[in-house]
Structure formats: C-alpha cells, structure tokens
Write a protein that binds this ligand. Structure first.
Ligand SMILES: [Zn+2]
Length: 76
C-alpha cells in the first residue's frame, strides 16, 4: 500500500455547494390547515393554510415546507 495511490485532489467532490444551504424540511400533509411549532428548532406554534392551487406552504419561522398530498379529501 503506497501513499501515492491516494488521490490528493478531487475538487468536484470537495465543493461544499450542497452543505452551505441546509435543505428545509419537507412534510407531506393531507389537510390544507396545519400547524408548525418548529420541531427541534422550536418556535411559537403557528397555523398555516395551504392554497390547493399552489399545493404547498412554507412556515415563516423555520422554512419547513408542507406539501399537500394529491389524495387529500376535498371536504374539510
Ligand atoms: Zn415552522
């Protein structure tokens, strides 16, 4: 085993592009009206309303994205 076998530079793998911006959490929901309290982050409980035409809503506190599942019941 020789040290020269170890690659010294792999720039495209070292690029921290995906690590600089943490991806917001996404949750599928079946109701247009949901609440978010931030989970681990923790913030005041807020109620969010999903516009069915848009199909999702993002929490203003923690940027968590709530995606309305297509099979959500129309009657609520
Ligand atoms: Zn939140």
């Amino acid at each position: 085993m020789r040290a020269s076998n170890v690659p010294v530079a792999m720039p495209y793998l070292m690029e921290p592009a995906d690590m600089s911006i943490p991806e917001p959490e996404t949750e599928e929901v079946t109701k247009t009206r949901i609440s978010c309290d931030g989970g681990n982050l923790g913030h005041p409980l807020v109620w969010l309303q999903i516009d069915p035409k848009i199909g999702y809503v993002e929490c203003g506190y923690c940027d968590k994205k709530f995606v309305l599942k297509e099979d959500a019941g129309a009657g609520h």
